[in-house]
Design a protein around this ligand. Structure first.
Ligand code: LLP
Length: 414
């Protein structure tokens, strides 16, 4: 799709001047998230799946303005924990569009979820194990229940995010129908759910097709047992290109494959994109503090590290980097290794070709809107960075920069 809603915003499309102003105003490391871009991504997804409901997987980015902006567009919200559930409700997302997808939920989470569902009875609780159903029963919950199924097929950009075939997630496929039938006695069973994994690309569509087809079969099986489902939720996992030579996902082709694989079902289709809606809406800004010529490599030390953006360290994920200062000065590009300040060798953003970096240059790290701030930590006693949200021409601090006092706030000072 082209025109005013291109299917990908590349790192090079961001205005260097605007990013430089933001870095000057708010210091670095700094997350920047453009709400207009998240809205565009949502609209493209909603257009590709016109009769489906789009539920944003909040775990990708839970900043309140993001939840609000997407909910205002019509999105529902999928919550992975009681904390996310709380955020969705606090952001004003209507209960009927909120889903709590519990994976081995701690008792405290389940207690809170039942409480929230008591106040907002249209919230749906999704259980991924017979034990979770039993624990909900013990708590007197009798509201809307969805059963998460293990579809037996997984897909993803890394083995660590391919959930579909992992026994941890969902009720074994062959047990799902009987669990739904027995759950009907105590709950309002409204849907079935599955998620193949994260980062489905064009090549992985066969796994997606297989998952959807199994979910269609299960829905029809349940229909034949007189179970009226409101929805069939096929999860998220819609990939985005992290490298400049990768093409964006052909959403219309994914939607067509989904429809065909699902077949006729008397229920609404739900999709749960996280990354797709926010990844290219965000960048991480950081400054160069060290340029070191070492045998075999030029190491460019930057202020942001794996504590700010963990994906390269955890998944060997590639994130494009631009030297905004070097570009402006027209410096020739060179091959460098970009590394963070954490005392650990996995704290690197890998090799990049950048306009020759110099100390104090401003770098932008691309596709940082999804699973960036959310996975940030205080390892090495590093305060987490600030996040600024852009809305049209305005910029607002969604999350202030943490201080050392924040880092030690929960500790006994003796
Ligand atoms: N629905 C469920 C039940 C999920 O578990 C997930 C992601 C999603 C939807 C959204 O998936 P997405 O559309 O964002 O791919 N930290 C990893 C990603 C882990 C995602 C886990 N579940 C990363 O940075 O790549």
């Amino acid at each position: 799709m082209t025109g005013d809603n291109p299917s990908i915003r590349r790192l090079g499309d961001w205005s260097a001047d605007r990013l430089a102003d933001l870095a000057d105003d708010h210091d670095t490391p700094l997350y920047v998230l453009d709400l207009d871009r998240a809205r565009e991504n949502y609209r493209r997804m909603a257009r590709a799946f016109p009769d489906a409901e789009v539920h944003y997987a909040a775990k990708a980015n839970t900043a309140r303005p993001v939840l609000r902006a997407l909910a205002d567009e019509g999105a529902g919200v999928e919550c992975a924990s009681a904390g996310e559930l709380r955020r969705a409700i606090d952001a004003g997302v209507p209960g009927e569009r909120v889903q709590y997808t519990a994976v081995n939920p701690p008792a405290r989470d389940l207690d809170r979820a039942v409480e929230v569902a008591g106040d907002h009875p249209r919230v749906t609780v999704t259980a991924g194990a017979a034990d979770t159903v039993e624990r909900l029963r013990e708590r007197g919950y009798d509201g809307r229940l969805c059963v998460r199924v293990n579809p037996g097929v997984g897909a993803g950009h890394h083995e660590k995010v391919a959930t579909g075939a992992d026994a941890k997630f969902g009720v074994p496929y062959d047990d799902a129908a009987s669990l739904v039938e027995s759950a009907r006695e105590d709950f309002e069973v409204v849907g079935i759910h599955a998620h193949a994994g994260s980062g489905i690309s064009g090549e992985d569509l066969s796994a997606h097709r297989e998952l959807v087809s199994r979910m269609g079969d299960l829905a029809r099986d349940l229909g034949s047992r007189a179970v009226d489902l409101e929805f069939v939720d096929i999860g998220g996992g819609f990939g985005v290109p992290y490298r400049p030579d990768e093409d964006p996902l052909d959403l219309d082709a994914v939607a067509a494959a989904t429809r065909e694989a699902l077949g006729e079902v008397d229920a609404t289709l739900f999709v749960e994109p996280g990354r797709y809606l926010v990844a290219d809406a965000g960048v991480l800004l950081t400054r160069v503090n060290t340029v070191k010529e070492a045998p075999g490599a030029t190491v460019v030390g930057v202020g942001a590290g794996m504590t700010d953006l963990a994906r390269p360290a955890i998944y060997d994920a590639h994130h494009e980097i631009r030297n905004l200062t070097g570009e402006r000065e027209g410096r020739p590009s060179r091959e460098v290794t970009v590394a963070g300040p954490v005392c650990e060798s996995s704290d690197t953003f890998g090799e990049h070709r950048l306009s020759a970096p110099e100390r104090a240059d401003l770098l932008a790290v691309g596709n940082a809107g999804a699973y960036g701030y959310e996975m940030a930590s205080q390892y090495n006693s590093r305060p987490r960075p600030a996040s600024v949200v852009l809305d049209g021409d305005s910029a607002r601090v969604a999350r202030r920069r943490e201080t050392m006092a924040d880092v030690t706030a929960v500790e006994d000072s003796e």
